[in-house]
Design a protein around this ligand. Structure first.
Ligand code: NAD
Length: 233
């Protein structure tokens, strides 16, 4: 069990491995589901300019997969931890699938966006809930301003969301817990390096991530199997 004192502030970073046991493939183990797509071809501003229909096809496919998924035991354990720690827990996810909220987590920072939201690529209209699937040859969705409606996702080469809040939370945290993330996608891969020397840095996942040397503790197991044990005790 991870000992959390009454004064600890816990920063949790989740990656694709958190949702693997819900049936959503990670980038790395993408055998099958994402195999028809090269990520740079469908998840970048260049891709959007070149072929918005292909981008919408890809995100519609991801919406289909995510809408059939259910939160797993790891998501549920984290939601219970939030009920115990309240605002001493900060959950920052790289996932876009919404499974943390489905499990009952109330405060989740989505640094890479949300699959079930969209925004206009032209005007300043804030992101809005949007669950529609694109079926060619239907026309691509348009905003009232005639801009194109795009997925609310941080693509390669774009700035992740909420970096100021994330940076403040990292400064305040005494415990850093990363779950199911390969430690190669920046800036999330460097969060652990910003933790002070006296803080505890813990990794949970079946194999060591690229930045494993920066962690003080690690538990090499599937999140759904070990998190309930580590967090509930
Ligand atoms: P990644 O694909 O690079 O790495 C996944 C990690 O999860 C690996 O280290 C792997 O060992 C680990 N893992 C596999 N099964 C696990 C399990 N059962 N329990 C715990 N860990 C497990 O993922 P990443 O580091 O999050 O990569 C970053 C990008 O992937 C993010 O930008 C994210 O937006 C995107 N992504 C998100 C989803 C999603 O929303 N569910 C799915 C695929 C990719």
């Amino acid at each position: 069990m991870i000992a959390i004192s009454d004064t600890d502030r816990v920063f949790v970073l989740t990656g694709a491995g958190m949702s693997a046991e819900s049936g959503i493939p990670t980038f790395r183990d993408s055998g099958g589901l994402w195999r028809n797509y090269t990520f740079e071809e469908v998840a970048s501003p260049e891709a959007w300019r070149r072929d918005p229909a292909l981008v919408w096809e890809f995100y519609s496919m991801r919406r289909r997969v995510a809408s059939q998924a259910e939160p797993n035991l790891a998501h549920l354990a984290l939601a219970r931890l939030e009920r115990r720690l309240r605002d001493r827990l900060f959950v920052c996810t790289q996932n876009v699938d919404g499974l943390h909220e489905q499990a009952g987590s109330q405060q989740v920072i989505h640094m890479h966006g949300e699959l079930f939201k969209s925004r206009c690529d032209t005007c300043r209209r804030p992101p809005f809930p949007y669950t529609q699937l694109y079926e060619p040859p239907t026309p691509l969705p348009r905003c009232e301003c005639n801009g194109r409606i795009r997925p609310h996702i941080c693509w390669f080469g774009e700035m992740p969301f909420h970096l100021n809040r994330i940076s403040r939370a990292l400064q305040e945290a005494t415990v850093f817990l990363a779950i199911g993330t390969s430690g190669v996608v920046e800036p999330a891969a460097s969060f652990v390096a910003s933790m002070g020397r006296r803080s505890r840095t813990i990794y949970v996942g079946p194999e060591p991530p690229a930045n494993i040397s920066l962690f003080s503790e690690s538990y090499f197991a599937k999140a759904g199997e070990i998190l309930p044990v580590l967090l509930d005790g």
